[in-house]
Design a protein around this ligand. Structure first.
Ligand SMILES: Nc1ncnc2c1ncn2[C@@H]1O[C@H](COP(=O)(O)OP(=O)(O)OP(=O)(O)O)[C@@H](O)[C@H]1O
Ligand SMILES: [Mg+2]
Length: 250
């Protein structure tokens, strides 16, 4: 149910379980796959193991059971909190990632400037995080992830702290940025509408221990206009995800 089979998956979980020291079973029997250039969202009840799932996908944490296949590097992780260094400008926050890799100073600068441009922040390179809005800080965080040209993007509720209007704008921007690149994404969100708007497929998780209990395909071509949100088909797909989510709570 949960995975397109075939060789093109860049990220694959097979029978993955995670139990923490102390006994909490966060995940059990997780099966999922993300194909090349595919955008997959995961929605699920609070505490069901979504962040745990992303940490496993990133390699920050190891599974207790099962197998995870993922690219050895070029995985970018975007958190809910933009986690910028307050004393560094937007540009130097983005450059920070490239400093960890061997690259000339001018090449680093060119890539950071390009990444900031791609998220619509040209003109704001010299601002400190405190001089940027919440949405802009999140764009810097996205630019920082883009700068290394990752193969897989992992997002943990990146827009959760933003106001509704900024959040919708960011969804549209993210869609544009992803459309330009050859990335695959695994995107965690509490918002059913956000998941449907952005994704090729939406996966629904059960309560803890989390596993994938339903999958809804979103067969709407990209790029998707902002007005898609008012279309009956969008509402129908959202209702299917919501129903599966309600079932996951029972
Ligand atoms: N390092 C840890 N040690 C022990 N238990 C943990 C650890 N990390 C997470 N847990 C537990 O695992 C379960 C799943 O946590 P996780 O953070 O993955 O949930 P989540 O779905 O991301 O929740 P939310 O929607 O609130 O962000 C919770 O019961 C949590 O307390
Ligand atoms: Mg979480």
């Amino acid at each position: 149910m949960t995975s397109p089979s075939g060789e093109s998956a860049v990220l694959r979980f097979t029978g993955v379980g995670k139990r923490f020291d102390g006994g909490t079973e966060a995940l059990a029997g997780v099966e999922l796959a993300v194909a090349r250039r595919e955008f997959v969202s995961v929605v699920g009840p609070s505490g069901c193991g979504k962040t745990t799932l992303l940490r496993l996908a990133s390699g920050l944490s190891a599974p207790s059971e099962g197998r995870i296949e993922r690219p050895p590097e070029r995985i970018a992780y975007v958190f809910q909190d933009p986690t910028l260094l307050p004393w560094r400008t937007a540009l130097r926050n983005v450059e920070l990632v490239t400093e960890l890799h061997r690259m000339s100073r001018s090449a680093r600068r060119a890539r950071a400037l390009d990444a900031l441009k791609r998220v619509g922040l040209d003109g704001f390179e010299r601002r400190l995080p405190a001089q940027l809005s919440g949405g802009m800080r999140m764009r810097v965080s996205l630019a920082r992830a883009l700068v290394m040209e990752p193969e897989v993007f992992l997002f943990d509720e990146p827009f959760g702290a933003l106001d509704e209007i900024t959040r919708l704008r960011m969804q549209e921007e993210l869609q544009r940025v992803m459309g330009d690149g050859g990335f695959s994404s695994l995107f965690i969100t509490h918002s059913v509408a956000e998941a449907v708007f952005l994704s090729h497929r939406v996966l629904v998780m059960s309560t803890r221990p989390g596993r994938i209990v339903a999958e809804v395909e979103v067969p709407i071509p990209f790029p998707r206009p902002a007005t898609l949100r008012f279309e009956p088909e969008f509402g129908r797909l959202g209702a299917r995800v919501s129903e599966a989510l309600a079932g996951a709570h029972r």
